[in-house]
Design a protein around this ligand. Sequence first.
Ligand SMILES: *[C@@H]1O[C@H](CO)[C@@H](O)[C@H](O)[C@H]1NC(C)=O
Length: 326
Amino acid sequence: MSIPRLVFVTCIFSLGEIALAAKLVTYIFGDSLTDVGNNNFLQYSLAKSNFPWYGIDYSGGQATGRFTNGRTIGDIISSKLGIPSPPAYLSVPQNVDALLKGVNYASGGAGILNDTGLYFLQRLTFDDQIKSFKKTKVAITAKLGEDAANKHFNEATYFIGIGSNDYVNNFLQPFMADGQQYTHDEFIELLISTLDQQLKRLYQLGAQKMVFHGLGPLGCIPSQRVKSKRGQCLKQVNEWIQQFNSKVQKLIIKLNRGLPNAKLVFADTYPLVLDLIDNPSTYGKISILSLTLCSRLFNYIQQQCTHFSIAVFLQVLKFQIHLVVM
Ligand SMILES: *[C@@H]1O[C@H](CO)[C@@H](O)[C@H](O)[C@H]1NC(C)=O
């Protein structure tokens, strides 16, 4: 069985009921894994992907602000759901008709914590994204009236994929304060308690059907592998990520119990992506070469290496999974 299928069986099926029952309006929150162009509107952001060779496999072959050669996971899920991929929030902030069809607030470099990705100068943190969503709600409520607007937001599906940067562009960076200041146990408590508040805020704004994408094995991305002797995955980092994923799952159970009508789902991508890395040949023609190449070579000459390199490309299926880190 191919990886895309596995991913979709896991992600979509667990939420199939949710998504298909609703009118298929989706609101997307996240980082570079799902950004579809918000950062292009942030003039001073260093987390940009609007230049070659991003987008070479996207329709038109041009960079769009997606941190990938092709489509993002959000684009792919939307297409499987039979709906257009929602536009970048900053491309339609005042357009209520567009906002009604769903919006993508994701921003490369963003994290759960405010400080995460600080050195990209500009990015929409998860808190910023929730604030923007609040503005969307105000605009839609003004147009539809309170009851219809509440119904609209209760029926929509919310995809959230955030947390990778809190590791890669925060805790794991020796020059950032959090890794010095906190043990991992303390850091994870901070992440989970912050996320708890953020998900509750989304719920209070009307989000009930939420899908949280767990983190992939970040110990296997080039910027981490390069720290090992022979380019292997960092075990400690992967253990931390698994702890994070498991705490998020517990949080989701707690929220589902405590919040009436809340239907949060955890999409566990970790084992799938790890299997893809461990057994690439099982999945057809994959080029994983870049993983090693990048860490050995380009990291030194190409700041953006992490993004290019990690795109693991399934030629046969025209599908890409990228463990991008921004
Ligand atoms: C981020 O900063 C804002 C404004 O200072 C603050 O209200 C908020 O609680 C902070 N959020 C996090 C996640 O630290």
